[in-house]
Design a protein around this ligand. Sequence first.
Ligand code: GAP
Length: 480
Amino acid sequence: MPAPNIETIVSLAKRRGFVFPSSEVYGGLGSAWDYGPLGVELCNNVKQSWWRWLVYERDDIEGIDSSIILNRLVWKYSGHEATFHDPLVDCRECKSRMRADKLEGYFPEGDHSSGFDANERLRGGLVKCANCGSTNLTDERYFNMMFRTTLGAAADEDDPAALAYLRPETAQGIFINFLNVQTAMRRKVPFGIAQVGKSFRNEITPGNFILRTREFEQMEMEYFVKPDAEHLKLVDEWVELYVDWFKGLGIDGSNLKLHEVPQEELAHYSKRTVDIMYRYFPERPEEERQWEELMGIAYRTDFDLRSHSSKPVDEEGNRVNPDSTDDLSYFDEPTKTRFYPHVIEPAAGVNRTVLAVLMDAYSERTNDKGETRVILKLSPQLAPIKAAILPLAKNKPEIVGMAKAIKRSLQPTLRAVYDDTGGIGKLYARQDEIGTPLCVTVDHQSLEDEAVTVRDRDTWEQERVKVSDLAEHLQRRLQP
Ligand code: GAP
């Protein structure tokens, strides 16, 4: 049973130290969230799982970590300066500002093609304000979503020479390093470059907790292949691999579905994109409104490597990119040909993965006393804490000493905590709610038989284990 709605997770996340509203002491900052002690562990575990899966377990992918602020020209030639914008409208009645293409009536019935006049529809009263339902809306205007900043102490606010952007995707840091990585690591296509890190978008309507924020983290991989590779089939292959990866993180397949992005909605660089959607809104009665994008897998062609290269020329023979000093083409030794590799890009969000994992792991169970308990059935690899060591009596120094010693002995190899801040029932309930797979209880008997009770989060079953076998026992039970 996944969480009934996102609000259930917002409340659990705050109560138990996963995610807090940011800047709360000053009234918050709409759409910004801070990850608490358990949230940071969960994020790190998602990122580590992804990195291990792609960079360590495969032989054809390298990792990098590029700058967040890149030369402004990167964003000129990537197309982001000209096209990374959303249509914006204001409601004259309630004064809210919204993304126009998300409003009811914006697109003609069943037609998302670009061959219609949005302002004509807005003026004709066909489009409804998402806040108050009024059709008294302004014309749309375009708003570039890149965050602007200026570089250097002396820079004037409007100095175009000092203008820079916070990256809106991690992908460009990979493209501009393609040749560096390829030559330094002596790679031959096909191979991929992976990067995880923060991206920034000045979203017009952020919201739904960590689903859409202005600062977020991406896990992107650019997979470089030959121009004549079977690109569309490769998209399907990566979709399948990612669906399996998400399932491996504990997400139920029935809460995932694929969405083939229509031609007219593709990003400027894409020839084909398939989105993997997650059911973030199970409470909505209309099935089609329950889903939102978890990640996208795009065929980006050779668009980016070509755009950043010095050599390509237009029909008149003029350089397409007169600012670039390098050519990012690749020489294929066996065929003695030079080309710009084509790219398949699986682009996932850390925060959206964390939200999907939390929603899917959520469950409730009623105990013998009729009390309903929350159990977060996180997969052991993602659980922030793997084992909690609990003394049955906190006023018995021998028991406390033994429990603390066990915690210390386990900590080098797995994340363990010691907790004595309540009765055992309360301590179990707290660990269940934060997804700790195993609890280890030290009791009076332990002092005599050198054994402890290991309790399973999902079944509540208990097993007696010798302290000398405990580390190995826990490692085995935590295996995926
Ligand atoms: N390089 C391609 C790219 O950035 P995207 O579909 O715009 O593609 C990829 O972003 C993923 O990044 C999304 O599927 C989503 O998981 C995450 N993402 C994008 N915008 C986000 C936002 N405002 N808040 C949280 N996550 C976001």
